[in-house]
Each structure stands twice: as structure tokens, then as C-alpha cells.
Design a protein around this ligand. Structure first.
Ligand SMILES: [Zn+2]
Length: 292
């Protein structure tokens, strides 16, 4: 249970709290959302309204007009911005922070990801890379934007598919708020689904860190490799070698989102390296030399 003492600590930590969420309140919110979805069964084809340009008077006016349509201003406000929650020992949410807007750094990260086919992000920097790219950007890209039909996004978080499914679980929590975006008859039947099917044809798929898993898919649009340094695989390079051909076969983007952990594995040898003779093709914002 969250005690008053720990609540005070949270307040002292500078996070504003809104309310204790009871089961009745959560149920009421769900009903309200269902009604809203019935009335507005669509999602704006804009990922995040705060990103709209505002350098001219006209741009400023457009941005204001779009933002005034909240929560139908953009995808992220439509599904709700992330919050920080506090759970008791029974995993019941006791407190929830106000919704948190994305930082300029997180938005720059998305732009960088989309500007290259080989991207790497050092998660040590504390930015919400997984939430912004793996969960939210991929949900938008495959379920709203759907640039190329029938494309697949492969998400790999570990040699264990159970861990990879944590990401499809997080994406599902967002998409459940706009369930009309799921392909009819293919809605997820588990809270930790292996595959998520978009109404317009795309798929987001959780896979384990095995070469064959990467090779068994075609028409791949994105490969997200999460926490590579923690895979604990004797040799993880063959996995990267199995993932990279998707760049040439179907113009895929590869994203490495990892907290570095020692000087080992392909993340150190091919991406994070401080060896001036090794030229990495991965565009990243990493500062070399601070691996512990
Ligand atoms: Zn918005």
C-alpha cells in the first residue's frame, strides 16, 4: 500500500499526483472512452501536435487550431500521453501522475530514427526511447500512418520471446483505447500478444533473438532491437547479420535501443566502439568512452 509517508516523498520529488484510481473510476473511464470511440471512430493522421511548425504567423495559427481540437488533435493525445503510476504490492495502481508531454530530445530521436536505416540510441541518457520509438512511434506508424501496406515491424527484446512480448503488450495497451484500428477478426486474444494486426494490413510482431526468427519474415519495414547488451547470448552478431539484410530486401530501418553493459557483443564491437579504425554505419547520439 502507498503510505502517506511515501506519498509525501513522491510529492517532494516534484511529481504532481492527480488521484487515487479505484476500480470504479477505471471502469467509468473505460465506459466514457467507449462512448467517445462510438462518436469519433477515427484517429488524427498526425503523430504529435506539439511538433507542428510555428515559425510564421500562419503556422502558429494552424498549430493553435489543431491543438484546440484536443484530444482529437493528434494520435498521442487521442490515446493519452504517458503517465507515471505507483502500484501497491498487488500491482494495483494507487496513484498516477499528470500526463507527461514528450521532450524536444525525444522528438529529435524519432526524427533521427526516420532519417537513417541504421539507428542506435544509448538508453543511459534517461530519455524514454522505448516508450517514444518502440511503443508509440511504431503504434502510429503501423496502425495509423501505414505507409506501406503489408509491412511488418519486428521487435526483439531478448533470447526469450516472453520478454519481447512485453513490448507488444505495451503497444496493445495503447491500441486498446482505439480498438477500431485492429484488423477485424484478428484482435489480440492475449494481453501479451505475439502479433498485432492493423486494420490496413501492417503487423507488429514480437520475436526472440534467434537468427532464424529474423530470416523467416519478408516485407519487413522496421527491426527494433531492444536491450541487446542484456541478451546474454554467447555470440549475438549472427542476429544482427540476420536482421540487416531486411534493409536491402525491403528498405527496412534497424533501431538499436540499448543500455550499454560492458565491452562485449556486437553493440560494443560494431556500434558503440571507441576504436577509431572501426567505422560504424549506425547513426547515433552516443558518446563513446563511458561504458562501465
Ligand atoms: Zn495533440
Amino acid at each position: 500500500m502507498t503510505s502517506l509517508a511515501s506519498l509525501k516523498q513522491v510529492k517532494d520529488g516534484g511529481i504532481s499526483l492527480i488521484y487515487p484510481r479505484t476500480a470504479a473510476l477505471i471502469d467509468a473511464e473505460k465506459k466514457k472512452r467507449e462512448k467517445y470511440n462510438e462518436k469519433f471512430p477515427f484517429v488524427p493522421a498526425l503523430e504529435y501536435c506539439h511538433n507542428l511548425p510555428e515559425s510564421t504567423k500562419e503556422e502558429k495559427k494552424i498549430k493553435e487550431d489543431v491543438m484546440s481540437c484536443h484530444p482529437n488533435c493528434c494520435f498521442n493525445h487521442r490515446v493519452g500521453m504517458p503517465t507515471i503510476t505507483y502500484e501497491d504490492i498487488e500491482k494495483q495502481i494507487q496513484w498516477e501522475s499528470e500526463p507527461i508531454e514528450f521532450s524536444a530530445y525525444e522528438e529529435e530521436m524519432v526524427n533521427e530514427y526516420e532519417s537513417t536505416h541504421f539507428f542506435a540510441e544509448n538508453k543511459c541518457r534517461g530519455a524514454g526511447a522505448s516508450e517514444r520509438i518502440t511503443v508509440r512511434h511504431m503504434a502510429y506508424k503501423y496502425f495509423v500512418e501505414n505507409r506501406t501496406q503489408e509491412r511488418k515491424c519486428l521487435i526483439c527484446g531478448s533470447i526469450s520471446i516472453t520478454i519481447s512480448k512485453n513490448f507488444t503488450h505495451r503497444i496493445k495497451l495503447i491500441l486498446d483505447k482505439v480498438p477500431f484500428l485492429y484488423k477485424k477478426g484478428m484482435e489480440p486474444n492475449s494481453d501479451f500478444p505475439r502479433e498485432l494486426h492493423a486494420a490496413q494490413g501492417g503487423q507488429i510482431i514480437a520475436i526472440p533473438a534467434e537468427e532464424d526468427a529474423f530470416r523467416s519474415y519478408d516485407k519487413v519495414g522496421d527491426v527494433i532491437l531492444e536491450e541487446v547488451s542484456s541478451w546474454d547470448k554467447e555470440d549475438d552478431e549472427p542476429v544482427l547479420k540476420a536482421a540487416e539484410p531486411h534493409v536491402f530486401k525491403s528498405n527496412a530501418r534497424i533501431g538499436n535501443l540499448t543500455t550499454p553493459k560492458g565491452k562485449q557483443g556486437y553493440y560494443w564491437n560494431k556500434i558503440f566502439t571507441d576504436d577509431p579504425d572501426v567505422k560504424t554505419k549506425y547513426k547515433n547520439t552516443i558518446q563513446t568512452g563511458d561504458v562501465s
